[in-house]
Every structure is written in structure tokens, then in C-alpha cells.
Design a protein around this ligand. Sequence first.
Ligand code: AHR
Length: 471
Amino acid sequence: MSTETFDVAITLSPDFRVGRVDPRLFGSFLEHMGRAVHGGVFEPGHPEADDDGFRTDVLDLVRRLGTTAVRYPGGSFVSGYRWEDGVGPREHRPTRLDLAWHATETNAFGTDELMRWCRRADVEPMLAVNLGTRGVQEAVDLVEYCNHPGGTRLSDLRRAHGAEDPYDVRLWFLGNEMDGAWQIGHRPAADYGRLAAATGRAMRMVDPRIELVACGSWAPASATFATWESAVLQECYDTVDHISLHSYHDPTGRTPAAYLATAHELDLAIDAVVATADHVGAALRSPKRLQVAVDEWNVWYRSRWIDPDPDRWPQAPPLLEDTYDDLDATMVASLLVTLLRHADRVSLACLAQLVNVIAPIRTDPGGAAWRQTTFEPFARIAAAARGEVLRVEPRVATYEAEAGEVPLLDATATYDEENGAVVLVLVNRSVTSTARTRVALRGFPLATLDGARELEVAPLSWTVVDLGQRA
Ligand code: AHR
């Protein structure tokens, strides 16, 4: 532990609450990309594979990670996907070109497998529809296939495929990153907004209980960030429940302090999307307020991307298999702190991705599955953060970063009224100094909680502290 220190003062009170911790804040993302599906969650013939070809060693790690929901099947992949290819008997499924990642897709794993896999992993399935090459009818068909009880062609097809009960998918994404020039079927904001509105309205006619996410920008750094959201929402505000935000963080070329400070950019981006959505809502005189779905976030060494060989269409090539270190784990902890801090407006977030592709879980073909450094902060925080997020305003020194003044210590806390648990998550961004943190607890109903605690957090590290006395 370093000998240099800096002081932090934090006061926690159950009276100052931000919002409930929605379990979906600990969602993740499984795309047909690289070895995420094929060779990741699905590897028939692997010694640990079950009858469906699902790797049970991976399933075990997914459960231990504590992810609550999985977004599928993309990502950019969905913008060229035909969902019908991935249901029913395997021998009838076509092999197709995957234009998004310049690969060959066998479709041996599709929506039917995803649903079975989610049940085994104990996670909620969340589906994206293709608004790149397809539109209203195909999305409506997929909702009918998944959610209609029976007695129609597509619901009976699902039953014929072995799923008597509806899959009951609640959360649906209306396309992916449609603002990106590289996205298949990319289109101007107003066009996409109208398509999202028409598609969402029709999907709700099949199942009125579904929630809908409209595409925000591919990144806060995009030249049209906020303008895109505004134009899209002017067309589909009344139809959708969430607007998406993607946030990837690349350490390349940054000092550790500058890299960790980029978590603050996510804070600012969430605020910007909330402000933009609320402006549209106010202009429409709508009483409704949208939520922000941070449906892709993580550390991504984008600088390591190698363009695919235009002459080859490999099956499940290794892509984006970034290896993470301890600093990346601290970054993931800080991004989770940021998401929790916005629990009033961020109800859904997806760690992108889950297995092999920029993921906390990695696998060897035919071999072991293992955890990356980023697994631990996600698992610890997902297991501990329950109840309501408390407002935390640490009194601490700041430092200058690209995004402005950033506190040396990043913090959030949760309080679970049911059992009195108070959990504090701390991230020390200082490269040299230990954070000497004094936490004052005031006004908690369990008398044993009130008082003060002294905690130390080592430089460039994160910690989860359970302060409460469980009933
Ligand atoms: O997660 C990898 C890719 O990043 C996704 O397919 C896309 O949505 C984003 O640009």
C-alpha cells in the first residue's frame, strides 16, 4: 500500500435517494460476432457441452457473474439478420453471409436456443429486431412467434418447435446503431425515427406489454450525438420507453488517470441524453419521461481492430478478444458506479459483451473457460447493490481531465430497506495515493449502522464495502 494519502469525506443518509436499483442494470450482451455464440456459449462436442451444445462451464460462470438479462442477437449483426433462419430443426437452417463481421453464419444457434440457454443461465432474454434490411412485418412476426400463446401460424410454429409456452420477451430493441454510416441499412434520423415508431406500434398490437428501446447514437463522440436523439425522438417519443446509449472506453494512448477519468464522460453522456429526451418530451407536452438504456458499455481496445480479409468469410473467427488487466477492472467498477449513480434515469445497461468478444468470460476451443479481471468487479457489485441508490457527494480533491474536473475518488452507495444492508462502492483514481475515506452514516433505522467508519482504498483500485447489518 502506498504511503501517500488523500482524504475523502462521505455522508450517507437513507433520506437522500436517487432511485431503485433495477436488476436490468446488470444486463449483458450476446452478439453473433467472433466466438461469442459459436465457441463461446455454444460448442457442441465440447466435453462440458450439454445435449443442446451449451457449454455448462460457461453457463456456470455466467451464473456466477450475476448478469440478469442478455441482449441478442446484435449489435451490428442484427441489421442483416433474418430471425426465421435461427428457429426450428437445425438441418433446415441456412448458412448465410454475415455482412456486419464478414463471416459465415451457420444459424445452428438462434432464437429457440437463446431462450433455452437463458432459462438455464437464469437470465432474462431481450431481443433486437432488424431495422437495417427489414422492417415492420418481420418484427411483428418475431413478436408473434415469441409472445403469442397459440392458434396462429407463427405461434403454432414455435409450439411445433418444442416451446408450448410463449417466450414472453418483454424488452425489444428497435434496430442497432442506425446512425452509424457502416451500419447495414443506415438511414437519416427522421427516417429511422418514423420506422421505429411504425414498427414499435405494430409490435405492441401483438403484445401491448412489451417495452421498446429506440436507437441513440453509436457513441457520445459521434458528430451527430444529441442531434440524432432529438430528431429520432421527435418521431417516436410516444411509442418508445427507452433511448439507447453506447459507451466504450479505450485505454490506448492515455495515462491511467486520464483513462479512468473517461468514466466521467459516461456521466456527461447520460445527462446529455436525458436532457435531449426531456426537451423533446416537453416540446410534445408529454407527461411521459423516457429511460436511458446503456445497452453497450465496456472497455474496448478499439485501436487493436484489424479489418477482415475481404477474400475470406470464416466461421466464428476470433474477434475483439481483448485481454484485460487490473486497471481495466477498476475502469469497469467505475463505469458501474456511474450507471448506479443515474439509477433514476438508467434502468437498463448491458456489459458488452458476455463471452470472448470484449468479455469478462473467455473460452478455449475444446478447452477451459475462465474469468478475466473485469469479471470480479461486475460480479461483486451485481451481487451487492440492492434496494435504492443513495445520493453520494464525496468531499474530495479533483483533477483535470479531457472531460473536465474529475473527483479523485468515485463513489456510489445502495441501501436495502428490507434487510438494512448498506453497500458502498469506491474507486480510487489516484495513481500514487491511498484514499483515506471517512464515512459518516446518519439516520438509518438500524441503530447499529449510525456512526462513522474509516476505509482505505489503494491507488488505482476499487472496493465494495458492506456497511450494513443485515436483519
Ligand atoms: O459490441 C461490438 C459492436 O460494437 C456492436 O456490434 C455494435 O453495436 C458496436 O459498435
